[in-house]
Design a protein around this ligand. Sequence first.
Ligand code: GLC
Length: 446
Amino acid sequence: MKQLTILLLTIIIFFSPLVCSFAQTVSDETGKDAKMLWFADAKLGIFIHWGIYSLGNTSESWEFHNKRISHADYMSQLNSFTAKSYNPEYWADLIKRSGARYSVITSKHHDGVALWDTKMNDLSTLKKTPAKRDVLTPFVNELRKNGIKVGLYYSLIDWSYPDYPGFLKDSSRYDAVIDPIRWGKFLKFCHGQVEEIVKKYNPDLVWFDGDWEHSAGEWRADYIRKIILDNNKNTIINGRLQGYGDYDTPEQNFPVSRPNLKYWELCMTTNESWGFYRNDKNYKTPYEIITIFADAISMGGNLLLDIAPDEEGTIPIEQVNILTELGKWTNKHSEAIFGTLGGMPQGHFYGPSTISKDSTSLFLFLPGKVTGDVVVKGLMNNIKKISEVGSGTLLQPKVVGKISWSTVPGLVYINVPESVQDTYMTVLKIELDKPIKLYRGKGGFN
Ligand code: GLC
């Protein structure tokens, strides 16, 4: 018996690196993983930067911090934030049509201007701008009506608050460590605002920014997390809370290897600016955005794509167009996107892929105008069916190089005719006999 066990163990240890089963667990249904389920399934979120910087002449907050204009001049933009064309119903509808399952809006950027009716100070769109209203609540309500998860961006940094140490680049008001009493006054304000937004909106996600200016201890990051989870233990917190968040948030730069945390989200602008910037016409094309999105989900991540309405609340036409085109593509290919798992490791296919949650379907994304033969390597399963997602057109595989006496699988060639090509990115579905198994070996005789 003992010998048999040793033999079995040896076989398992010897063969395990060669074959890898893709019954990936998205969730253990306990604790953190359970609350992350909707996020892992959601894949696409829309980020909104909206504030007094949306006049289109300055960058968000950084403009005065980096001394490109004075703080007084920057704040004078308060007088022009009218929100007169603001149509939260339309915003939510556009987001829904893009295929996004969640949205994150700047409740307050580093400039300290709150979009809701904060009771902690007077610096809000309600009290200090001609809009004269809380512009956050109507949008949150519209998201909920449309079944879109609600995310609130909140900047921990508040460069306009008189008791916040940081102000302009290279010159701060004081040192938080040297003057803990003054820092304590700021913390009371900051924690108070966090409590306000979680109690008022019960967000599905709180998206912090600016944690880099202070340590976890200084922010009392553990306490901030507690405020949020005491209100709702299922609220997700992004990774910018000095180690107290739930997922990684690489920004703009696409990760080539998987980020450290199990869950992650790439946040990215449609042009080069987070807020509305009149002269920035350097937009990414729908094709570029779609391929970036497919790459992110193939690596088990999400995309949080930013849009930037102007001070009246109008979303630039270029951004409307991007979301519309993205929506056509996500809706056509939804089964390959939403609720899937990250795809095969590199080496099996020249492009992104995803796997259905039961691991019996493999989706291949074909960037560029691919026609002719694509190839999948190391697929141990029998193939039941291959089709193009959207039209359902059936395609035939040809297995090449399968040696009858070897367990190593052959190469699967699939011919993709021009007739099934998508405008942006064609997606194939390979239905398998069982949960996917991949050969990861180095060739040879096995
Ligand atoms: C950066 C910037 C900020 C922007 C954010 C979005 O942290 O400070 O302006 O809102 O990225 O991820």
